[in-house]
Design a protein around this ligand. Structure first.
Ligand SMILES: [Zn+2]
Length: 252
C-alpha cells in the first residue's frame, strides 16, 4: 500500500474519491467506517496550555507488517480533528516528529485549531525517506520541543513496535519514561518493553491485527483530551487514565 499517498487526511480523501478498485477504494471504505466510530466528548479547552508531541516509527518493520491496520495515521488524524474542531483557546499545540528526523513530514509545534489543522495533519504520513529504527533522535527532538514550551503541559505519543536499533536501547527507553510530561506508548503489534509499566506517567496501549477499527483513534483521543476540562473519551478497552509527573516542566 502506498501509505504516503493515502494517509494525508482531507486532501487524500479527495485523491481517492472516484477510484473504484484497489487500495484507494479500501482506503475510502476505511475512512467511511472510521468516521462512524464515536470517540466521546472532547470537553473544553484545558486551563493550562498543552503540547502534544507525536513520535512516529516509519521503519520497515512497522510499514512492512507491524503497523497491523495500516492506518495508524488515519486513526491519529481522526482523533486530532475531533479535538481541533473544538479548540478555541489556540494554546493547544501539536508537533509531529518522525524517527528519521529531520524529514519532510515533521511538523513543528503548531496550534491545533481549525485554521491550522491541515498543517498539523500534513505530518501524519510516512516521510519521503523513511528507514530509521532508532527512537533516540526523535526523542531528543521531542525533548527540545518540550523545552521550548516550558509553560505547556506536554504529552508524548510514541507510536512504534519497539524493534529499536538504537546503540543503547535501555538508555533510550529510560529517556522515554523520563520525558517531562505524560507518555503514551502506542505499541504496534508487539509486547511493550517491561520498563514502561513501572512509570505512572506512562500509559501503554497495543494494537494488533485483531484490533477493531477505531481502537487507535480512541486511545489517542483519550490521551489528547487528558487535560481538557470535562472530556469524556469513549473507552477503547485499552488505556488507563493519563497521569502527569509531579513536575511536568521541561528540563532540557
Ligand atoms: Zn483549545
Amino acid at each position: 500500500m502506498k501509505t504516503g499517498e493515502i494517509l494525508r487526511g482531507p486532501a487524500a480523501h479527495a485523491d481517492v474519491r472516484g477510484r473504484t478498485t484497489g487500495s484507494g477504494r479500501r482506503a475510502a471504505e476505511y475512512m467511511r467506517s472510521l468516521s462512524r466510530i464515536p470517540l466521546g466528548n472532547p470537553g473544553r479547552c484545558p486551563q493550562r496550555p498543552s503540547l502534544f508531541v507525536v513520535v512516529s516509527d516509519d521503519s520497515g518493520s512497522v510499514c512492512g507488517g507491524n503497523d497491523p491496520l495500516g492506518h495508524r495515521y488515519d486513526e491519529i488524524a481522526y482523533a486530532l480533528r475531533k479535538v481541533g474542531a473544538r479548540c478555541s483557546c489556540h494554546q493547544e499545540l501539536v508537533s509531529i516528529i518522525h524517527f528519521d528526523v529531520p524529514t519532510d513530514a515533521d511538523v513543528p509545534a503548531t496550534t491545533l485549531d481549525r485554521r491550522h489543522l491541515h498543517a498539523v495533519l500534513e505530518g501524519l504520513r510516512v516521510p519521503s525517506h523513511a528507514a530509521s529504527s532508532n527512537l533516540g533522535p526523535a526523542l531528543d527532538a521531542a525533548y527540545r520541543v518540550a523545552a521550548h514550551h516550558p509553560a505547556h503541559q506536554a504529552i508524548l505519543l510514541a507510536a512504534t513496535d519497539f524493534e529499536l536499533f538504537d546503540p543503547d536501547v535501555d538508555a533510550v527507553l529510560n529517556r522515554l519514561v523520563q520525558f517531562p510530561g505524560a507518555v503514551h506508548a502506542l505499541v504496534l503489534n508487539a509486547d511493550p518493553p517491561p520498563i514502561l509499566a513501572r512509570y505512572p506517567n506512562v500509559t501503554t496501549s497495543r494494537v494488533d491485527p485483531y484490533s477493531s477499527i477505531g481502537t487507535t483513534a480512541r486511545n489517542v483521543f483519550a490521551t489528547i483530551t487528558a487535560n481538557r476540562r470535562g472530556a469524556l473519551p469513549t473507552p477503547a478497552g485499552g488505556p488507563q487514565p493519563m497521569s502527569f509527573p509531579e513536575s511536568s516542566t521541561a528540563t532540557r
